[in-house]
Design a protein around this ligand. Structure first.
Ligand code: MGD
Ligand code: MGD
Ligand code: MO
Length: 749
């Protein structure tokens, strides 16, 4: 494309439209690649959306959710003014419109009273997945509300956090991401510094749909076109699995065993990189001993993957130079997730793929600093009160949140102290992240004051909200996209305001306005632009937002093999920031925290092997939540053009299993276990093992009334009814969202 792209200013007139170039980032939900867009505005209204072909990563490609942007933004159900409701009317559709000033007054009054009576720690905030909120919500919590309890209430922190934290502990660096040449502005794959991976393992991830956390999924297709071969580790036959050299169709939740089995083959057949394993790694000999417990025969029994395939895939990966591993959410969503992640790090490391061209790239030597903004403004005695700070150091050292299961415990038991107020900003707690959602619902209803900042009347807001603050979508705000939430900034993009809708404000505007009211010394910025200048300075020192906006994006400086150059350590010596200065295959910190320092396999808490009696009644393994092309979690169910593509919640089941149960394609079925049930539509597919089913997550029905104990039908299809509270790993990470058990039977139509 060299030379064919004309660089234009971020805002220009064309054919009677004002065109604004911008980068996408939530809302609507999106994981930060910062897709490039051109927004066409007429008479102050967004009328058309186009991909920006000049964008260095997405090159004009857009997902269906961006293409449906006008429908989403101007949806008649969108809430565009602040609203309040009497506490006595929770669960009823009795909201009244108020002004922003009244809303801030209401917050100030409640916060002041609650802090005086119960202490600042009785307030907690709730964030959702990675949006451009990973500085906003912590900053609101620590800086404005003055509480140490910032939370993400997905049991066991079962998303991204485990992968990130364990890499901080074992490599002293943020999340290793596959090198898809995103750091090179032009002719990416042909850059002389770059090498195409010969083999890419896609493990528990569906990047074409998810584009998760800064990975542009379609880059994998670009790489395949140039010759990269895949190994896909997934219980479901995905588009990529269908085109892979090896598809390892494992039993959900057994990943750690499979990874250890592959390490067994690679080490015993001497296929590893001796220099890297001895010079840069700590604990290779211990790992070598450990993997002897996982011979391929045994691993085949555990995982249901044939022994020959395990061996062949291990050889294929180890012999490929370079090779890369893209690890997905399935890594985190089980109590054994930390060990799985650690074993994958070992696979990356001992085969010499760390921070090499076409391998996996290391981030900066700390994870997502923005999530700590405002933390220093809290007095030490309050910092110590953060829920789980002492019991779960593996969570609280790398991440600024509480351990996610603890707010429910505190709300239900009053221990270690009672919670009284919540601030929910970018989460739909009862529809999506929580396990045992009805318990969370009840607990939220018992609080004194709940604030929800969202765009739509979610079931959560309908059930327990007292104050609703309407939030601006990305075309309605200025902001910055930083890939990997500021920890691996391969790409910085400008989000440019094109329109105003109702009285909606961006999350950062709410942060600044509230911060200035409640704790002005921590919020010196006079407007958003000053705040963005300060934010940008931390990624590229000296750069101003106005400059980024004119350029459209910036690619911060990048280096391979940083551990050789001393840029990963504080004293500039080569190595890694870990207690041993090496990449730890055996983790000294895990040991210090009472966990096995080496990776190991543990059966899921419920399975045909760990709970054989229960499995007689609930014979299927249940995995959940594989992503949809058109939805981002619980969003967009009200967007007609997207709902037409994906109208109902789907449970995938093998035709043989379905036939035995008298279930036909398209029948409504119940998925049920000892914790609860959900009703979804059966989809028969050969792409799943007859002993496994997959059910979608995050369903609610905006067409149903947002009232009563089951607002908008949030519990009808909710697969998290079947996931128990706090079945987590020793370090506080990982819950069995993708490895439960269940039965399936036909439901009424
Ligand atoms: N069973 C099962 N459950 C799962 C999963 C699974 O795989 N299986 N996946 C889990 C994972 S990985 C995650 S991360 C969680 C996600 O959990 P959440 O992030 O809580 O889920 P969402 O449904 O996306 O809720 C986000 C809400 O925030 C609003 N919103 C979107 N963008 C913004 C914004 O920028 N600002 C504000 N203020 N609001 C915004 C949306 O309208 C929506 O109502 O769900 C988890 N739940
Ligand atoms: N369109 C869209 N994009 C999204 C989101 C969304 O809701 N919609 N959510 C965002 C968020 S918060 C996240 S965390 C990411 C997640 O995105 P990904 O990391 O891609 O994760 P999933 O789509 O949950 O699951 C990926 C694959 O894991 C497989 N799987 C299920 N169980 C197991 C198992 O036990 N082992 C293995 N190896 N594989 C298993 C599933 O079959 C599925 O194909 O996506 C982000 N992007
Ligand atoms: Mo997530």
């Amino acid at each position: 494309m060299k030379g064919s792209v004309i660089i234009v200013s971020w805002k220009y007139e064309k054919d009677g439209y004002t065109v604004v170039k911008t980068c996408a980032w939530s809302p609507p939900g999106d994981h930060p690649v910062g897709c490039g867009l051109r927004l066409y505005v007429k008479d102050g209204k967004l009328v058309k959306v186009e991909g920006d072909p000049a964008h260095p990563i997405t090159n004009g490609r857009l997902c269906p959710r961006c293409l449906a942007l006008t429908e989403y933004i101007y949806h008649p159900q969108r809430i565009i003014y602040p609203m309040k409701r009497d506490k006595a009317d929770r669960g009823k559709d009795k909201w009244t419109r108020i002004t922003w000033d009244e809303a801030y007054d209401m917050i100030e009054k409640n916060v002041t009273e609650i802090k005086a009576k119960y202490g600042p720690e009785s307030i907690f905030s709730v964030i959702g997945t990675g949006r451009d909120m990973w500085h906003t919500v912590p900053f609101v919590t620590f800086g404005a509300l003055g509480s140490p309890n910032f939370s993400y209430i997905h049991s066991g922190w079962s998303c991204y956090g485990p992968r990130c934290s364990i890499t901080v502990y074992t490599m002293g660096a943020g999340y290793p991401e596959i090198d898809y040449a995103a750091q090179f502005q032009e002719d990416r794959f042909d850059n002389p510094e770059y090498k195409l991976p010969e083999c890419l393992i896609v493990w528990g991830k569906e990047p074409l749909k998810s584009n998760a956390d800064g990975l542009f999924g379609h880059a994998i297709v670009d790489m395949m076109k140039r010759g990269t071969k895949l190994i896909v580790v997934d219980p479901r036959l995905t588009w990529l699995a269908n085109r892979a050299e090896y598809w390892l169709q494992l039993r959900p939740g057994t990943d750690a065993a499979l990874a250890l089995g592959m390490l067994n083959v690679i080490i015993n057949e001497d296929l590893y990189d001796h220099e890297f394993a001895t010079k840069w790694c700590h604990g290779f000999e211990d790992l070598k001993k450990r993997v002897q417990e996982y011979p391929p025969e045994k691993v085949a029994e555990i995982t249901w993957v044939p022994k020959e395939k395990i061996i062949a895939a291990a050889r294929f990966y180890a012999n490929a130079k370079p090779a890369s591993i893209s690890w997905g959410l399935a890594t985190d969503q089980k109590p054994n997730g930390v060990q799985h992640a650690h074993a994958l790090c070992a696979l990356m490391a001992i085969c010499g793929n760390i921070d090499v061209p076409g391998g996996v790239l290391l981030g900066a030597p700390s994870f997502a600093a923005p999530m700590w903004w405002g933390w220093d403004s809290l007095p030490p005695e309050l910092q110590e009160k953060r829920l789980g700070a002492k019991e779960y150091p593996a969570v609280s050292t790398a991440i600024s949140t509480v351990q996610p299961d603890l707010p429910l415990d505190a709300m239900e038991t009053g221990k270690p102290y009672p919670l009284k107020m919540s601030w929910v900003m970018s989460s739909n707690p009862i529809a999506c992240p929580t396990a045992a959602p009805q318990r969370w619902d009840k607990a939220f209803k018992n609080l004194d004051f709940n604030v929800v900042c969202d765009l739509f009347m979610t079931p959560s807001a309908a059930s327990f909200g007292d104050l609703f603050l309407p939030v601006a979508a990305f075309p309605e705000k200025d902001g910055i996209v930083a890939t990997h939430y500021g920890s691996i900034t391969m790409f910085l993009g400008a989000i440019n305001k094109a329109i105003q809708v109702g009285e909606c404000k961006s999350d950062d505007e709410i942060l600044l306005e509230l911060g200035k009211r409640l704790n002005p010394s921590v919020f010196p910025w006079n407007n958003i632009e000053e705040f963005l200048d300060w934010e940008l300075d931390q990624y590229i020192p000296g750069m101003k937002f106005a400059e980024l906006r004119e350029k459209g994006w910036a690619l911060p400086p990048w280096q391979y093999k940083k551990y050789e150059k001393g840029t990963q350590t504080f004293d500039q010596k080569p190595g890694f920031i870990t207690p041993t200065g090496k990449l730890e295959l055996s983790s000294t910190l895990f040991e210090q925290w009472g966990e096995d320092p080496l990776p190991y396999y543990e059966e899921p808490p419920y399975s045909p092997y760990s709970t054989p009696e229960l499995a007689k009644e609930y014979p299927f393994i249940l995995t959940t939540g594989a992503r949809s092309w058109v939805y981002f979690h619980s969003e967009q169910r009200m967007v007609k053009s997207l709902r037409e593509i994906h109208p109902d919640p789907i449970t995938e089941i093998h035709p043989d299993a379905a036939e035995r149960l008298g279930i036909k394609n398209g029948d409504w079925v119940y998925i049920e276990n000892m914790f609860g049930k959900a009703k979804q539509k059966a989809k028969l597919t050969l792409g799943i093992d007859p002993r496994v089913v997959h059910s979608e997550h995050a369903w609610w029905f905006p067409e149903k009334k947002a009232e009563g104990p089951n607002p908008s039908g949030v519990y009808d299809a909710n697969i998290n009814n079947l996931v128990p509270h706090k079945h987590i790993g020793k370090l506080g990470f990982g819950a069995p969202y993708k490895c439960m058990i269940c039965k399936v039977y036909k439901a009424e139509a």
